[in-house]
Write a protein that binds this ligand. Structure first.
Ligand code: PGA
Length: 251
């Protein structure tokens, strides 16, 4: 049984007071009997205060990025151990904004994922095709390679800790979400690839979440699909009412 995961990626938004205000608003509304696991992913600057504010809430904390290196003279980077020490459980790896704006390739994404695992974090590996790649019929090839390279050589205990996020790049921040059947089709493909890489027993437990313009309106249809185990929410996670409505849509 896969527990649905709803994660809010705040990207480069919200000051510390704004982050705390959002957490207060959300804590007040969250139903403790919700079937969803909720994860907030604020900016690095708000992680420490957010962890304090989330104490006892059952909401988990995640970071948006980590260094592929463990420690030392790496100006401007943040290590997995540092993230763990402020209370992070999850970390995003290979978000398309990192791949596109910071030229993170599959090899670097793989290094980050391995570092996250060795430092005790649960990585959320983001994969997805651009519009150009979809139109050229390359969606499965692109995602297949991102999975193959990103997850290569993981041991069974390691792969069990990984969440995969399918985020079609054309759907991120555009208001054009993938249709539920279209997303299910790719989630099923991703599950199939995990099965062939790691075996049926392991892959059936991996959560595969959808991201890209998720809203309260489209989340019930998406979350009802058999291989969609939750959502990675950007824009709509910045507003407590909208984010709560998405959590509430988990069947
Ligand atoms: P969006 O972002 O919900 O604003 O499209 C999703 C993401 O980038 O994780």
């Amino acid at each position: 049984m896969r527990k649905p995961l709803i994660a809010g990626n705040w990207k480069m938004n919200k000051t510390v007071p704004e982050s705390l205000e959002m957490i207060r608003a959300l804590r007040g509304r969250l139903d403790p009997s919700s079937p969803a696991e909720v994860v907030l992913i604020p900016s690095f600057t708000a992680l420490f205060s957010a962890a304090e504010a989330l104490r006892g809430s059952g909401i988990h904390l995640g970071a948006q990025n980590l260094s592929h290196l463990s420690q030392g003279a790496v100006t401007g980077e943040v290590s997995g151990t540092q993230l763990k020490s402020v209370g992070c459980r999850y970390v995003l790896v290979g978000h398309s904004e990192r791949r596109q704006l910071f030229q993170e390739d599959d090899a670097l994404v793989h290094q980050k994922l391995k570092t996250a695992l060795s430092e005790g974090l649960y990585p959320i590996l983001c994969v997805g095709e651009t519009l150009e790649q979809r139109e050229a019929g390359q969606t499965r090839d692109i995602i297949g390679t991102q999975l193959q390279e990103g997850l290569k050589g993981l041991t069974p205990p390691e792969i069990r800790k990984v969440v995969v996020a399918y985020e079609p790049v054309w759907a991120i921040g555009t208001g054009k979400n993938a249709q539920p059947e279209q997303a299910q089709d790719i989630h099923e493909f991703i599950r199939g690839r995990l099965v062939s890489q790691f075996g049926e027993d392991t892959a059936q437990d991996n959560r595969i979440v959808y991201g890209g313009s998720v809203t309260p309106e489209n989340s019930p249809g998406l979350l009802a699909q058999p291989d969609i185990d939750g959502a990675l929410v950007g824009g709509a996670s910045l507003d407590a009412d909208l984010f709560y409505a998405i959590i509430d849509a988990v069947p």
